[in-house]
Ligand binder design. Structure first.
Ligand SMILES: C[S@@+](CC[C@H](N)C(=O)[O-])C[C@H]1O[C@@H](n2cnc3c(N)ncnc32)[C@H](O)[C@@H]1O
Length: 214
């Protein structure tokens, strides 16, 4: 097995080393009977396939409210969640953010190829979290298959930064595998003023629904 350098992780911002050689693959994602064709690439999470957790979030996660104005896909990768939200909430602006520039480019290209003009991509910085994202926007809801592999402390900071940007009455919807700490994350969120419940559990994945802090 080859050693992976830190910059080869899917969550790298590729600032220190170039992105791995491109090798695009296409895949189909079905959303409410509509077929979306997406491109993925090396150096981006879940290259060549739809992650099982992401599929569960799309199929069984909370639907966006028809009145929503701004929705956030936190850690968009090549864009499956953002594009699903854009299909379901055509009048909302779907903000799709990631630290990985290749992911952001792919997500933007995938939105354009599927004629989803309501997806707005932003490459954010990790330090401080979500820098580069318009600080004045408040989100009606946040969806994420979050980057648990960045480590617990960094993940907590990132989630708090996103939850702080929820509009009053807003909510967040996460998919996390139990082997990657879903249950302790749920306890941590509850202990930090964000009421969190388990919507469902399947194949070890938990879908968590989080309320904005009162
Ligand atoms: C588990 S992947 C999910 C990707 C995509 N949503 C999907 O379901 O296929 C998490 C994503 O979060 C991104 N990420 C890591 N750290 C981040 C940060 N500090 N801010 C925003 N995105 C981050 C990673 O680059 C990665 O694309």
């Amino acid at each position: 097995m080859s050693e992976r350098t830190p910059a080869s992780h899917y969550f790298s911002d590729h600032r220190d080393q170039p992105a791995p050689k491109s090798a695009p693959k296409r895949l189909e994602v079905m959303v409410d009977g509509r077929s979306l064709e997406l491109a993925s690439d090396t150096g981006v999470f879940s290259h060549g396939h739809l992650d099982d957790g992401t599929a569960l979030l799309i199929e069984r996660g909370a639907s966006p409210a028809p009145t929503a104005s701004n929705l956030l896909d936190l850690g968009c990768g090549y864009g499956p969640v953002a594009l699903a939200l854009a299909v379901r909430a055509p009048s909302a602006k779907v903000w799709a953010v990631d630290v990985n520039p290749r992911a952001v480019e792919l997500c933007a290209a995938n939105a354009a190829a599927n004629e989803l003009g309501n997806v707005h991509t932003v490459q954010v910085d990790a330090d401080p979290e979500l820098s580069g994202l318009d600080p004045d926007v408040r989100f009606d809801a946040v969806w994420s298959n979050p980057p648990v592999r960045i480590g617990k402390a960094a993940l907590h900071r990132l989630l708090l930064a996103a939850l702080e940007r929820l509009a009053p009455g807003g909510s967040a919807h996460l998919v996390v595998h139990k082997h990657l700490g879903s249950d302790s994350l749920q306890s941590w969120l509850n202990a930090h003023g964000h009421p969190t419940t388990r919507r469902l559990s399947r194949m070890g994945f938990r879908l968590l629904d989080i309320e904005a802090a009162p």
